[in-house]
Write a protein that binds this ligand. Sequence first.
Ligand code: ADP
Length: 344
Amino acid sequence: MVSKVSALAEPGPELEQAAAPVISVQNLVHRYETRTALNGVSFDVRPAELFGLLGPNGSGKTTLFRILSTLMIPTGGRAVVMGCDAAQDPASLRRQIGVVFQAQSVDAKLTAYENLWHQGHLYGLRGSTLKQRVGEILARVGLADRAKERVETFSGGMQRRIELAKGLLHHPGVLLLDEPTTGLDPGARRDLWQYLQMLRDEEHVSVLVTTHLMEEAERCDRLAIMNEGNLVALGTPTELKSEIGGDVILLDAAHDAGLLAEHIQARFHVEATVMGNQVRIEREGGHRFVPDVVEAFPGEIQAISVSKPALEDVFIHRTGHKFWSEEREANSADEKKDKKKKRR
Ligand code: ADP
């Protein structure tokens, strides 16, 4: 997205600096042999923003994450983090970012303190500076009192917080996290998000986090929603949901959803989308529409629901299909098997 700067006056250096994005993804394309994983994706992340990359399995989140963390060079386009181009200047970029991967990177046999001590050495920190920083960061993630305990004795949530601390040790301006709450229980998930919000508010770190969970996406300042390698929506959760006019009405068809949708369209002149055995309609004053539609088609409707738009509705609105589809999950599982076979 292009930053909006007043057309009336030339921006001064301060304004330009304030508007400069910390991450700029420009027409990014990535292909694995014949498969296109990213198909010209563009967006900016602003300073001290909690930015979410939301998409179902196979939408391209991990590919984008790997490009931003300099593990892969894109087929086309550019990814720039704090002024450093991921393909041209990966070494400088790495100094600007902290990364938390999905897979565990802490050494469970070492204490929390030892894990961070070794991490600090990798970034050239030594002696009292390192000692002080490890103390600070352990306090930041609420584990100062557990510093001397082995990480294997920690809960899943606490281990993730050590991962977070490792990513933050060298004071990066940007933190990248790939599905950081995978495997955590709901309480630990909430906790981790509170830490991310605190980092944004108190340390002014910009956070980019990938997720396939709607409730996590709701917590982000802004979201990029991905589908099959394309950016399908960009904005705050509230902005995105407000683009849907009124309510979302879902009807379970008693017989044939396609036929029911046709009848509804012809009778009420509304757009009706078929999704499996359901018909979906977006309409103002949904509660007023319900009695009319039930009366018009007796015996054709098995169940009906009216709700305020959620992020899932934004996804359906933009793509015409559900966020989770069995077919897509099956394809994704097959592709994963293929990838494993290729690696062998
Ligand atoms: P997500 O993280 O959203 O699940 P990915 O970036 O992992 O999406 O995958 C995007 C697409 O690229 C999928 O179709 C996936 O199967 C494919 N893909 C990912 N990694 C590889 C690879 N190493 N080789 C071939 N195809 C891949």
